[in-house]
Design a protein around this ligand. Sequence first.
Ligand SMILES: [Fe+2]
Length: 444
Amino acid sequence: MSVTEAGREFVATGSREALLARFRRVRQASITMCRPLRAEDFRLQPIEEVSPPWWNLGHTSWFFVRNVLEPFGGRLVREDAQYDFLLNSYYASLGSRLPRSRRGSITRPTTEEIYRYRASVDQRVEDLLETVDPGHLDALSSVLAIGLEHEQQHQELFYTEIKVILAQNLRELRQPYRAVPEEERPVDAVDPLRFVDFAGGLLEFGHRGQGWCWDNELPVHKFYLAPFALANRLVTNAEYQEFLDDHGYDQQLLWLDNGWARLQGEGWHAPLYWERVDGCWWLWTLDGMRPLPPEEPVCHVSFYEADAFARWKSQTAACHRGVRLPTEREWEQAARSTLCEPQEDAFLESDRLHPACAKGGRSLAQMAGCLWQWTSSYYEPYPGYRPFLGVLAEYNGKFMDNQRVLRGGSCVTPREHFRVSYRNFWSAPTRFQFTGIRLVRSEE
Ligand SMILES: [Fe+2]
């Protein structure tokens, strides 16, 4: 069995022992990140897009049941059938499922039962890995790799979701995901904003080489780009506050019509998690409330806010005339042609859980990790796109509709997920992800 097209095998090479070690490491990380939670935190779904942690723990296990244990003859148990309806996310080809909006309204299975279910799935996958016929090992490894990539995507989601969940509590009763003592917070300085020139031309895009990638990063294809100049770093809180101070949220002409409707409907007046207390801006973080750090990149903005900010910025000075959000291919070309080495505090492994400042005088800072960067590109298939085969055809392709592409990874993205060709996607109003703004300028 293969989930990929012929000639494009995503085989997770390595011994059974190496696969087993990776499986255990990734699965354990999901358990570890839930340790700071209290029982009540596991069940809340404050908005439809935010799944409660119990569901994430169960759903990532379900993924291995339906895509690994079942197709490869692994041992099945009664709970596999009992929980199937609850834990299927969006796979229509795998049957009916609980509406997403109801994940926070049920209390059975209990969180404890979900933990037991995880342990059972882990044991059965390990048994399968140890006993599978050598002739099927490569195929099993391919699907197992997708299951682990999927689990890591949910680990990133977990941090964004628990941030929303904990923010629901009254400010005076709120508790952070974890508390970092004041003296341990790194003190940051920021590079001045400038624009870095890139030549255009007929260029290649998409994932190159033999390493693993999602189906949406392929095929490699050519596309013509005009010359452009990309900002050396992300927009900071201080720069975004100038937009607020200039009444950016009151100037309808700066906004796309759908964005303006959303602003009015939901009462947007600042990025998500900015709170005005006694005349000063504060920021809700996974470490608790902090005075808004002016030098840090602005975070938790929707595509609409990023787009309106760029339009405002383009009107503020002659040197900024024409600034806008980059296309995904401009971003990729810039990342490819510069040394895109991440800062050491850019990804999840740094345990920072918060975007770091641009520093170190790099040609382009904050390209790898830090914050996902909105692009102006719609999430569309590359020319000649072919989805994974079978059930996993539903993983990416069917969402190529009315969403925008984000590039770069974030401070809660696992380091091994970063690729210059990686395409994240969210709908334009989304604010609860770690999203930021990088500007670009067309060159004459
Ligand atoms: Fe999922």
